[in-house]
Design a protein around this ligand. Structure first.
Ligand code: F6R
Length: 362
């Protein structure tokens, strides 16, 4: 069942190239600069919307954050990621002009379904982005978009994060084209980067031995901090969540610029900092923040595009060219890092303590 792997989580990390081929394959026409998603919006609907909300929890919420930035920059539409359990207290302003997207791997998360119902009752059009055919979200939302990642057994979400972001990227490109916010040439470029992701991620997977060594060297640290900007920020949050879930170590993700506004007080030689320093994450700016933690003795591990000027990282990992999706590729290093720390500690990786795969209570 685990196909020769010790854990489903590691198997699922390694399934990302094939999962992404399934998510993207038949939907993308790179030459035409189009993505087709089997979702029929009413005529003129996409031009009329003023806001896209992304309602989700946990890893899906971080995928929603990545997607929100994609919608803002590729489709020029206000996009708001909302932690679904907070939806009742924040809501929206103009439901008739809002598309509310519930992002949920299982399609059964109670908090996310609750937010979706509220959005729908207020008059918003709703969509479910899910991995699970026939799940509650597919029945309740006006439209469903499948991420086609294949079953995910490990409690910690891995391949579904990559598939959620990629599928939502296709939607952002489609919306951007429809609204006239994205040129055909720009759409082609992003679609090329997306279709290159399986190969790019495979190259990261091929570096597993080296990230395993780094993980083992740092396993006994007091805490781990992850930092990034723009598309690197949700990946920093996700990197920290993965590590805390399966290793039970203290880990936190920050926007790089946030460090000196408080968290820097936590930084010591015993708190490694893992930074997203790729394209799509403003690496040169983050490098300044990395220098600040290094001045406090913290080991700095960076994932780069291979083009950084200045600064010396204690350990550097590279991702192949993938434009604004490079942070998504960098995330695979973080998944492997979390996995190998947890494995070195003998944790129950596929079923971490206190957690369930699908949280059906609020
Ligand atoms: C993290 C994780 C959880 C889920 C969250 C939402 O590894 O698995 O944080 O992401 O419970 O689950 P879905 O996507 O099923 O709504």
């Amino acid at each position: 069942q685990k196909g020769g792997y010790d854990h489903y989580m590691r198997k699922e990390i390694h399934e990302q190239p094939s999962a992404l081929r399934q998510a993207l394959g038949s939907r993308v026409d790179v030459n035409a600069g189009t993505a087709s998603l089997d979702v029929d919006f009413p005529q003129g609907y996409l031009e009329s919307i003023q806001e896209i909300q992304l309602l989700a929890m946990g890893t899906s919420y971080y995928a929603g954050r990545y997607a929100a930035t994609l919608f803002e920059s590729l489709a020029d539409v206000r996009a708001t990621p909302i932690m679904a359990s907070e939806y009742s207290y924040t809501g929206g302003r103009d439901p008739w002009r809002t598309l509310s997207i519930a992002v949920t791997q299982s399609g059964e998360t109670a908090d996310t379904l609750g937010a979706l119902r509220e959005a729908s009752a207020a008059g918003a059009r709703t969509m479910g982005v899910t991995n699970t055919l026939g799940s509650s979200v597919t029945r309740e939302a006006d439209d469903a978009l499948f991420i086609r990642a294949g079953p995910e057994i490990g409690v910690a979400a891995t391949k579904t994060f990559a598939s959620q972001v990629s599928t939502l990227a296709l939607l952002a490109i489609a919306v951007g084209r429809e609204r006239g916010a994205l040129s055909a040439a720009a759409a082609r470029e992003h679609l090329e980067d997306l279709t290159g992701l399986p190969g790019a991620i495979q190259q990261v997977l091929d570096e597993e031995d080296r990230i395993r060594e780094t993980a083992h060297e740092l396993a006994d640290s007091d805490a781990f901090f992850f930092v990034g900007r723009e598309y690197g920020y949700p990946v920093a949050l996700e990197g920290a969540l993965k590590l805390k879930e399966i290793s039970y170590d203290h880990a936190e993700g920050f926007a790089s610029g946030e460090l000196k506004h408080g968290p820097l007080a936590l930084v010591t030689p015993e708190t490694p900092v893992l930074a997203v320093l790729t394209d799509g994450a403003h690496p040169q700016e983050t490098l300044n923040n990395v220098a600040e933690v290094q001045a406090r003795g913290a080991p700095a591990i960076g994932v780069t595009s291979g083009t950084l000027e200045g600064g010396t990282l204690d350990e550097a990992f590279e991702v192949p060219d993938a434009g604004i999706f490079e942070p998504l590729v960098a995330n695979v290093y973080f998944q492997l890092f979390a996995y190998h720390i947890a494995n070195a500690k003998g944790r129950s990786i596929d079923k971490p303590r206190n957690l369930a795969k699908s949280v059906t209570v609020e």
